[in-house]
Design a protein around this ligand. Sequence first.
Ligand SMILES: C[S@@+](CC[C@H](N)C(=O)[O-])C[C@H]1O[C@@H](n2cnc3c(N)ncnc32)[C@H](O)[C@@H]1O
Length: 278
Amino acid sequence: MNIKKLIKTTKKPEIYTPGTAMMWTDEHISTQLLETHLSQDTDLASRREGTISSTVQWILEQVPGEGLNILDLGCGPGLYAERLARAGHRVTGMDVSANSLSYAKKSAQSNKLAVSYLQQDYLELTAENSYDLILLIFTDFGVLVPEQRTHLLNKIYRALKPGGTFLFDVLNHNGAVTTTAAKDWELSLKGFWRDSPYLALSESFYYEEEQVSLNQHTIIDEDGGREVYRFWIHTFSQNDLAVLLSAAGFRTTACSDGVLPDSELYGSEAVTFCLASK
Ligand SMILES: C[S@@+](CC[C@H](N)C(=O)[O-])C[C@H]1O[C@@H](n2cnc3c(N)ncnc32)[C@H](O)[C@@H]1O
């Protein structure tokens, strides 16, 4: 192992330097993630079922209507999509993870629900004037870097019908992590990151000026191969959201805190749900 190279790889990068690999599409990691999505012991990857059901109920109260055409971006294993289909809506789920979609399709089939699933990067959304409601749930808006955020908002605006709604959740400043966490390491024969021996070096960094935090995981395989996974975390005030959404053309925005119960990840007041109308 070249230690000098390793030191260079693991130090704090320039803000928004991309990682070398994506976690969601990795064959092994996505299998681990599916278990996490479905686990009722944690709110990681997807929230627990009770929270998802109450969130869907809340969404349906905010956006009343029958037979709505709904697009769930980053739908994962379809936990929201199925509940919305059960409520009588026409639902499409979009995700990059073949593994989650394979589970979602089988589940919809066995539950006799007509949900459509598309394996696609939502940053390449091409629909126009098609949806009454577009969802992006689990604070995923906040992991996008600013350029991707603007790009996605423009695409979502185009994909909505006039009068349609974009509904998403973000971490607000109550959920901000402004400190650099201690370095952490894991040496395993197999585990979350690989099904073969690996060393994981994890660290998080805070970028004071931009108020952005980064969780960085460097994974070193037995043969010395190395990948870096980076997760940028942004928090938003209601005013930040209003500015971003209005720049993309949205007419009105309404934000609510306290939609979720407290979880092991953050308190109820740390997540803001936002509705933006075209
Ligand atoms: C934190 S999970 C949330 C899943 C689901 N929304 C939920 O709350 O149960 C994020 C999901 O977004 C998907 N994803 C991440 N980046 C994506 C992209 N660029 N295009 C499509 N899906 C993406 C991942 O595969 C994963 O299923």
